[in-house]
Ligand binder design. Structure first.
Ligand SMILES: O=C[C@H](O)[C@H](O)[C@H](O)COP(=O)(O)O
Length: 235
């Protein structure tokens, strides 16, 4: 089974188990969420479900609109029943790295408004510790004018290297949906836990907007496996 199939079975299972009539759904970002939106649209059509979908990015908004789903926002729906989102890595304690695709701030806001954050992923995201499989570091979204002092402070305190994420089809850095830059922190592999404190500490640096560390947020994770099965992990 391909990686895409593994993403799809995880996404379908999450939607089937968590979404029912009148659910307000947070729609995450990334390549796995595409399958979740596909399944939401299929079920709306087949079962006549009434759903409201709250996007976590420009991409998610487009997915919702293109699928003909009802688009909502936090002004009208400050309480979300479940947010369904991908992850770059999930550790044994259900700490997540997110933001590999540049979306983390709105994802964390939406997840914080949700009764449940459900992670959907393929088996390459399932790790004992962060950095075991995902090698692109922990994204930190920062106000552009502050990227150098923030970079230097995190490196001085915790070690490792922080790289300004550069755009591919544009000269210069990636600019997030919120107009910010992203520093990817390639943290030293001596850091294996204590992410809650590290996250809080980094968040206190002026100019840090959000980190891609999601600690104590995910309630359940579905991992699609190569053999066609899906395993679940709960917080
Ligand atoms: O910035 C992107 C988001 O945090 C994604 O949810 C995360 O990168 C996982 O994306 P994918 O499902 O494409 O692996």
């Amino acid at each position: 089974m391909s990686l895409e199939q593994a993403k799809k079975i995880a996404a379908f299972k999450a939607v089937d188990e968590y979404v029912r009539n009148d659910t307000v759904v947070g729609v995450g970002s990334g390549s796995t969420v595409v399958y979740a939106v596909q399944r939401l649209a299929e079920r709306v059509k087949a079962e006549g479900l009434r759903l409201v979908c709250i996007p976590t990015s420009f991409q998610a908004r487009q997915l919702i609109i293109d699928a003909g789903l009802v688009l909502g926002d936090l002004e009208q729906n400050p309480r979300i029943d479940c947010a369904i989102d991908g992850a770059d890595e999930v550790d044994a304690d259900m700490v997540l790295i997110k933001g590999g695709g540049g979306c983390l701030l709105q994802e964390k806001i939406v997840a914080s408004c949700a009764a449940q954050l459900i992670v959907i992923a393929d088996y390459t995201k399932d790790s004992k510790r962060l950095g075991e499989q995902y090698k692109k570091g922990i994204p930190v979204e920062v106000v552009p004018m502050a990227y150098v002092p923030i970079r230097d402070r995190i490196a001085a305190k915790y070690g490792g290297k922080l790289q300004l994420r550069m755009a591919v089809a544009k000269a210069g850095p990636v600019v997030t949906d919120n107009g910010n830059f992203i520093l990817d922190w390639h943290f030293p592999d001596t850091i294996v836990n204590g992410w809650d404190e590290i996250n809080r500490d980094i968040m206190m640096i002026p100019g840090v907007v959000e980190t891609g560390l999601f600690v104590k947020m995910a309630t359940k994770a579905y991992f699609g496996l190569a053999d066609g099965s899906v395993i679940e992990r709960s917080a």
